[in-house]
Write a protein that binds this ligand. Sequence first.
Ligand SMILES: Cc1cc2nc3c(=O)[nH]c(=O)nc-3n(C[C@H](O)[C@H](O)[C@H](O)COP(=O)(O)OP(=O)(O)OC[C@H]3O[C@@H](n4cnc5c(N)ncnc54)[C@H](O)[C@@H]3O)c2cc1C
Length: 348
Amino acid sequence: MLIQENVPLAPLTTLKVGGPARYFVEAKTISEVHDAVGYARAQGLPLFVLGGGSNLVVSDAGWPGLVLKVSIPAIEEHDEDGKVVFDVGAGVDWDKFTARAVARNCAGVECMSGIPGSVGGTPVQNVGAYGQEVAETIDSLQALDLRDCEVRELCNQACGFAYRTSIFNTTERGRYIILRVSYALTPGGEPHIAYADLKKYFAGRTSKPSLAETREAVRQIRASKAMLIVPGDEDCRSAGSFFKNPVLSAEQYRELIERAAARGLQIPSYPALDAQKKISAAWLVEHSGYSKGYSSGPVGISRKHALAIVNRGRATAADVLALKEHIQDRVQEIWGIRLEPEPVLLGF
Ligand SMILES: Cc1cc2nc3c(=O)[nH]c(=O)nc-3n(C[C@H](O)[C@H](O)[C@H](O)COP(=O)(O)OP(=O)(O)OC[C@H]3O[C@@H](n4cnc5c(N)ncnc54)[C@H](O)[C@@H]3O)c2cc1C
């Protein structure tokens, strides 16, 4: 196990801000994960588990403890009850796995093509896009339980998946290190074409799109919104969507409609959001004076996506957090709703 010191974390994140890790270890096996945890405990260091750094804002001061980057590789597959089960190491790049699943003509993750980050990061916030989320296909996962340092197998139900949440970012935050995830996919299954963007992409087609065509469509749509990482494109130097779509009570929703009417506006209706009683955070942000392309010194909003706070170069974590707070305050003042950030804030 190689323990490195004062390792810059900004290059290991997609937003590219923040200071160093006091100690840093990259673990490629379960035994290396065990060793790293043992080292942190022996030294009394706080532990942070890093995947692909795509849902993360690191503070300018960095992290005073040990950052453990989980890089467990390998994808294995077997047939089970008519499904193909892919057992995937937590360190595998998520998009590489979706490419492999689609190449094997297995349905269930095609709409999540192009999401950055690691496989081990996907259960944490129950990653989803274009009408699919990993909760639908995760069969089980293997995790190191930090309570007793035992490796456990958690079935789908035990993970407590809901919109952008699981036990891993709520009730059991910090308890588990995810080592391997098993996805049960449908061989020869049809692609899931439910979202408006995808329907529009394939409009006018008489034949059903294949899984490979759906993957390509999703990647193209994502690229047009800077939601696909393209090196050098500052519009995707972000942590993805910075705010969650708020879920409102009936009373909050009524109040929002009244506030909109007073401004001569109507709350837009999106079938996919309506079904989950959510409203569009992007609409709230855009109607609070922060439109696409907004700039405030080295930070701003992506020219292609209203919810992505971007680092236009040389931004600090403090710049990012200041813009986040301005947006939250303004949205609250105008619409009476406090937006909740989606990325994990480390070391603040
Ligand atoms: C351009 C862009 C587009 C995006 N689009 C989407 C999208 O469409 N849908 C969506 O849901 N998300 C999206 N995201 C957010 C992000 O890609 C996902 O949340 C991703 O799954 C995070 O994985 P990661 O490996 O990068 O995690 P990290 O950012 O490294 O970590 C995030 C959290 O997960 C924890 N974690 C990571 N790995 C493990 C592990 N092995 N065990 C335990 N905990 C772990 C970390 O401790 C941290 O708390 C986007 C991000 C960007 C930058």
